[in-house]
Design a protein around this ligand. Structure first.
Ligand SMILES: CC(C)(COP(=O)(O)OP(=O)(O)OC[C@H]1O[C@@H](n2cnc3c(N)ncnc32)[C@H](O)[C@@H]1OP(=O)(O)O)[C@@H](O)C(=O)NCCC(=O)NCCS
Length: 170
């Protein structure tokens, strides 16, 4: 299982015992406001951690640690092997917002996708109102590609998404 390190963070596989720290953010309505899951019940979180510990082929979930504490997650998902492309998403606990951790973690996963998995294209989407997430994607070099209308049905409401992507440098 892969571990990635950055200046301030460690991205590691999920393990038994992570559920309480995951639940601290996954059960927080403000954290999951723009996500198509949550707020989690404890059972939802336990199921997530169990699945993340044995991910399906092409799914790469990383627990994000700062100073030995789990503060969030990034997941890279290969969506087509034929076309060598993947998508990723990230989430941080509220106390960890505003320190640049999401960009640091996402940049490491982007590097993993291109350098280790040799993928050609990596995409991510964010809610048009999620200014922080948009900034993270732009800061790590993803380019805005378009506005996806009614792309997700979240808690009874259709939501648009903004599409961003990076392609492998020749
Ligand atoms: C979105 C999220 C990942 C941002 O992570 P973060 O580590 O706090 O982001 P950063 O500290 O790197 O901030 C990134 C940029 O966005 C800006 N920003 C952050 N939150 C903002 C907000 N609410 N409004 C406006 N700008 C914001 C920061 O000022 C920073 O800009 P700068 O680099 O020009 O100074 C984090 O808030 C989060 O986990 N939210 C809940 C889950 C989520 O929405 N995930 C993304 C799904 S697409």
């Amino acid at each position: 299982m892969t571990e990635l390190t950055t200046a301030r963070l460690c991205l590691r596989p999920f393990r038994a015992g992570d559920a309480p720290a995951v639940h601290a953010y996954a059960g927080d309505p403000e954290v999951v406001r723009y996500m198509d899951w949550g707020p989690n019940t404890v059972a939802d979180t336990e199921q997530f951690v169990a699945e993340a510990m044995s991910p399906a082929d092409g799914v790469h979930p990383f627990a994000v640690e700062h100073a030995g504490r789990l503060i969030g997650a990034v997941e890279l998902r290969v969506t087509s092997r034929v076309h060598s492309r993947a998508e990723f998403g990230y989430v941080l606990a509220r106390p960890a917002w505003g320190h640049g951790y999401a960009g640091e973690a996402a940049a490491a996963v982007l590097g993993f996708a291109f350098d280790r998995l040799a993928l050609h294209r990596v995409a991510a989407t964010c809610d048009p109102a999620n200014t922080g997430s948009r900034r993270v994607l732009e800061k790590i070099g993803l380019r805005y590609e378009g506005h996806l209308r009614d792309y997700l049905h979240i808690r009874g409401e259709w939501r648009d998404r903004l599409l961003f992507a990076a392609v492998r440098c020749p």
